[in-house]
Design a protein around this ligand. Structure first.
Ligand code: ADP
Ligand code: MG
Length: 283
């Protein structure tokens, strides 16, 4: 479980000004839960991701993984605790001159695991991501989706409790995206992970996230399950999450009423009756 409390991040700008990028983020992601963090460009998603993956130190606030505060560690303690958080980046993050197996082995090698230990662990990890036969392939010989699976295997190498994905599916085609998301759903149960999925794509959120947090100008302005947001007529994000259904009728007047209805705007009381006559269906 990861708990983020009142997290602030400010950057000093030249000229003595301060850019307040994160302004008090509270977020709790239990084990086996996928929380999506969505928000427009510039809202602070990458800054939040860099704080969670301990690449950047927050200005204030705390980040607890299974009760241990990681936010203000340095040196050896920071290196040790960083293992608790596995990060998946956009698909280009593999080393091109190393095979899939060597890429997955990197974190284990830094840790000084024995050759035999590495071989066995890499085999398990490639199995977990469904690519046991690609160990000796180079990144250039893999599809975008396969490269991302290797990135996930590497993120899991040190047995993290938290898996953080910053736009990991951007740039993948819809099928590859869907298969990566299905893999994340499987892995979070298999390894009891808290998954934080940072994305600007609503399609990614809709079928995957247990919880959604909407970031705007460094604050979380909406949160809830996908169902709760969609059911809330006041939720802007809920409106964006509504799947665009195929229109029921191709009659322009009825179509216009459908669009009004889907947008939560008033429609005439006899709309459903008129739709039934036109289709024709019984209700
Ligand atoms: P997102 O990933 O949601 O697009 P970012 O976290 O990258 O947003 O950026 C949020 C805001 O923080 C932007 O206005 C950006 O200019 C600012 N910012 C990010 N990094 C720095 C930095 N190192 N110094 C100053 N401002 C920064
Ligand atoms: Mg970003």
């Amino acid at each position: 479980m990861i708990e983020i409390h009142d997290l602030h991040k400010a950057y000093d700008l030249p000229g003595g000004e301060v850019a307040e990028v994160l302004r008090g983020i509270d977020l709790v992601v239990p084990d086996r839960c996928i929380t999506a963090v969505v928000g427009p460009s510039g809202s602070g998603k990458t800054t939040l991701s860099r704080c969670i993956s301990l690449l950047d130190q927050p200005t204030a606030g705390s980040i607890l993984v299974n009760g241990t505060d990681l936010s203000h560690l340095t040196g050896e303690a920071l290196r040790r605790q960083r293992r608790a958080i596995g990060t998946i980046f956009q698909s280009s993050a593999l080393l091109r001159r190393k095979t899939a197996a060597e890429n997955v082995a990197l974190p284990l090698r830094y840790l000084g695991v024995t050759e035999a230990g590495i071989r066995q662990r890499v085999e398990e990890l490639l199995d977990s991501v469904g690519l046991p036969d690609k160990a000796h392939h180079y990144p250039g010989q893999l599809s975008g989706g396969q490269r991302q699976r290797i990135g996930i295997a590497r993120a899991l190498a040190l047995g993290p409790q938290v898996l953080l994905s910053d736009e990991a599916t951007s740039g993948l085609d819809p099928q590859a995206t869907e298969s990566i998301l299905a893999l994340l759903r499987q892995l979070k149960d298999q390894f009891s992970l808290s998954v934080i999925l940072i994305t600007h794509e609503m399609d990614v959120v809709r079928g995957t996230a247990d919880q959604v947090a909407v970031l705007r100008q460094g604050r979380i302005v909406e949160r809830g399950s996908v169902g709760e947001l969609v059911a809330d007529p006041a939720s802007v994000t809920g409106g964006q999450l509504l799947p665009v259904a195929a229109p029921l009728s191709d009659d322009p007047e009825l179509l216009q009423l459908e669009v009004r209805y889907a947008a939560g705007r008033p429609v005439p009381a006899d709309w459903i009756s008129r739709l039934c006559e036109a289709l024709p269906v019984r209700v």
